[in-house]
Write a new protein. Structure first.
Length: 193
């Protein structure tokens, strides 16, 4: 189990700009990892109402369940590592691990794991690497049959210096700022369209 604060800045990018950024950073197919996110909520949307998000992320070599909850600066991420087989079973059953830190944190939001069900799923091809300003992620996300989008994300340690670094990065890459909702919101909207 781990807990960490996530502070990130993100922007949507066009397909053309995405390709240009990948070239700028010399990203090749070997640098890209595919991940699938399965998002959970209760029928009455308790997590959404609490501005929280819960997902199981399946990666090639491991998986994890992560609950993101708001705090003063950024989001508190409570994460439990899983094997791919464990994660696939939880997804199949639309459940998360019992008696762990994620379940305990969910209880503080008045959410029982028996209330949860999968509300959305997406697959992302991600290139992630450190730059001077923080951890840069370039994401191409696929939403079922309803399309895909491109996003640049910068994860930082400090909100103030991180924002300045993000603005500088956009300027350096000659990118307009295009507000990016979180992936769960985008996924739900794509499913409805």
């Amino acid at each position: 189990m781990s807990q960490s604060t996530e502070i990130e800045f993100k922007t949507m990018v066009s397909a053309r700009d995405f390709k240009r950024i990948m070239t700028y950073y010399h990203v090749t197919a070997e640098n890209i990892t595919q991940q699938t996110n399965c998002y959970f909520d209760t029928p009455d949307k308790k997590l959404k109402k609490a501005n929280a998000g819960l997902r199981i992320r399946l990666l090639p070599e491991y998986a994890e369940v992560t609950l993101k909850t708001p705090q003063k600066e950024g989001l508190l991420e409570t994460t439990e590592r899983l094997t791919p087989t464990e994660a696939q079973n939880y997804v199949k059953l639309q459940q998360v691990p019992k008696d762990g830190p994620v379940e305990k944190k969910l209880a503080t939001l008045d959410v029982a794991i028996t209330q949860l069900h999968i509300i959305s799923q997406l697959t992302t091809k991600r290139a992630e690497f450190p730059i001077n300003a923080g951890l840069l992620a370039l994401d191409e996300s696929f939403y079922g049959k309803s399309g895909h989008d491109f996003e640049l994300e910068l994860e930082v340690k400090d909100i103030k210096t991180g924002k300045a670094a993000f603005d500088q990065l956009l300027e350096e890459l000659n990118l307009p700022y295009l507000p990016a909702e979180n992936k769960i919101s985008r996924s739900l909207k794509k499913m409805q369209s």
